[in-house]
Write a protein that binds this ligand. Structure first.
Ligand code: ADP
Ligand code: MG
Length: 507
């Protein structure tokens, strides 16, 4: 179990016409394995290639062709399992799931029904507006199995014909099945995004939802408050409502909208005295509704059986241990370390560990410097500036060394926060060593008390009326501070100026 210091988020409650209702959600996420070749052939997995150019004979279902397992895909599935703190099964096996579809030339999909490669695991899902509101839920993983993807039918290129592109046929997918532990639309989206984050850290799936490399079947049911807790106590599904499955969602926004719609649809049925029918539905984003695709009665009989072309997959513990030893630091650990070592807030640590590029950039900036100050500069100044230019952190014109240089100058008291912003902009647009720029352009903060005192005296002498007022009302001292800062081009040390003015006005 993870070391949980968070409270569980409250489940989403929807008020029906008669009662309050809660949601129960379980996801089957399909993640394309990041590898060069397909699961059982040497054909390339490259996205966007010329249609039907990445197809081996075995992918096209040619007679007599035999599948050969790609060890790289197995390693990636094991790595993903380890990243989800899951049981790795040293024995697993492939089964045929039989159905006919034009983009499935074999007439069956090779999958793992009875003996998946990965067993039970868990994911910590943090909640909130922004990255985190201080609550989190552990979502249990039931299993991960390896399977083949299907090809793509194209119906909108010709009025009289359909086309088929087999480039995706046989590409390796990991199907990650959760327990029905998710309690609302936002949580479902946060769960998918956490899986994506972990797999990106691991390098096992690029998580690109637009290209269909990460998609989810979303199972939704409704129950009365209290029923879910009974299910959790007993693991008895009869406490839960009948679920519907919304197929093939590839957008976090649509996942949330579809769950919300589906829950309200089920509530209306049940409150009307009807019963929810278990079925597969499709979400239509244009109409924001789900529609029935097939009911349980029409469900396929897939006639699963062990694939006779493939031996059971037996892997060795030593091999699993090697993979475990090569795991990178994962998001939860990295975040905890940032909070501890750099004194960051939960929020800042979440933002900075969202991906490894952000995290490494920040670490390079913060190394040996004030961590909180570094976090502020990376998040507020650098991210803000990059966003304005629509640039990625990997494409930042300011290097960690340069930003670290700016921060070091602030910490030493060489420049004020205001001058630092000007300096940052110069480094961002012109490049250069911040320390040298400060020297050459005379941007150094004036800490010479004599010079500051002279400026203060001058302003006080020139404004006797203001002095009189400020003696009555000490709040007016701020005006003098502003004047002195102006007179020194913003370079006077603000703390010194404040103290000096307070002293002079009191005197
Ligand atoms: P099947 O064998 O029909 O595919 P599973 O037991 O594998 O069904 O469940 C598929 C998915 O549905 C899992 O992610 C699971 O968490 C989810 N699920 C099961 N029961 C419910 C329910 N009552 N409400 C919501 N989701 C559910
Ligand atoms: Mg299932």
């Amino acid at each position: 179990m993870l070391d949980l210091t968070y409270d569980a988020p409250k489940p989403k409650v929807i008020a029906g016409a008669k009662h309050d209702w809660e949601l129960v959600i379980g996801l089957e996420v399909h993640a394309q394995v990041a590898t060069k070749a397909k699961l059982f052939s040497g054909a390339s997995t490259q996205f966007g290639a010329e249609p039907n150019s990445n197809v081996a004979f075995v992918d096209a279902g040619m007679p007599g062709m035999l599948p050969v397992i790609n060890e790289g895909c197995v390693a990636q599935a094991v790595k993903t399992g380890l990243g989800l703190k899951a049981q790795i099964n040293l024995y697993s096996a492939f089964d045929r799931k039989n159905y006919f579809y034009p983009d499935l030339p074999q007439g069956y999909q090779i999958s793992q029904l009875y003996h998946p490669i990965v067993g039970e695991g868990e994911v910590l899902v943090e909640m909130g507006p922004g990255p985190h509101d201080g609550t989190a839920r552990v979502v249990r993983i039931e299993r991960i199995h390896l399977e083949q993807d299907a090809g793509k039918s194209i119906h909108d290129m010709d009025p009289n014909m359909s086309f088929v592109d087999l480039n995706r046929t046989g590409v390796a997918l990991m199907e990650i099945v959760s327990r029905p532990d998710i309690r609302g639309p936002e949580e479902a989206a946060a769960y998918v995004s956490k899986l994506r984050q972990i797999m990106r850290y691991l390098g096992t799936c690029d998580g690109n939802m637009q290209n269909g490399n990460l998609r989810a079947d979303v199972n939704v049911s409704i129950c009365r408050p209290g029923a879910y807790e009974k299910y959790q106590e007993t693991q008895d599904f009869s406490h839960l409502g009948t679920r519907c499955e919304i197929k093939n969602m590839n957008s976090l926004r649509f996942i949330q909208a579809a769950i919300e719609y589906e829950a309200r649809r089920q509530i209306a049925i049940v409150e009307d005295g009807g019963e929810v029918v278990q079925e597969t539905r499709l979400y239509d984003p244009d109409k924001n509704e789900t529609r029935s695709m097939r009911s349980k009665e029409e469900a396929h009989d897939y006639r699963y059986f062990p694939d006779p072309d493939l031996l059971p997959l037996e892997i060795e513990q030593a091999w699993v241990d090697d993979i475990a030893a090569s795991l990178p630091e994962l998001p939860d650990e990295k975040k905890a370390r940032f909070i501890k070592d750099f004194g960051l807030s939960d929020y800042d640590a979440s933002v900075l560990t969202a991906d490894t590029d952000n995290a490494s950039f920040f670490e390079a900036v913060a190394e040996g410097r004030d961590g909180k100050l570094a976090a502020n500069w990376v998040i507020n100044e650098l991210f803000g500036r990059l966003k304005k230019d629509d640039r990625e952190i990997t494409d930042s014109p300011v290097t960690p060394d340069q930003l670290g240089g700016v921060i070091a100058l602030i910490s030493k008291g060489d420049i004020s926060g205001k001058i630092a912003k000007d300096l940052f902009e110069i480094v961002y647009t012109e490049g250069g060593d911040p320390a040298v720029i400060v020297e050459e352009r005379g941007m150094k903060q004036v800490t010479d008390m004599g010079a500051i005192e002279a400026a203060v005296d001058e302003i006080i002498a020139a404004n006797p009326d203001q002095v009189a007022k400020a003696k009555e009302n000490p709040k007016l001292a701020g005006w003098f501070v502003g004047q002195v800062m102006k007179a020194t081009g913003g370079k006077a040390n603000p703390k010194a100026v404040n103290e000096l003015i307070a002293k002079k006005l009191a005197g």
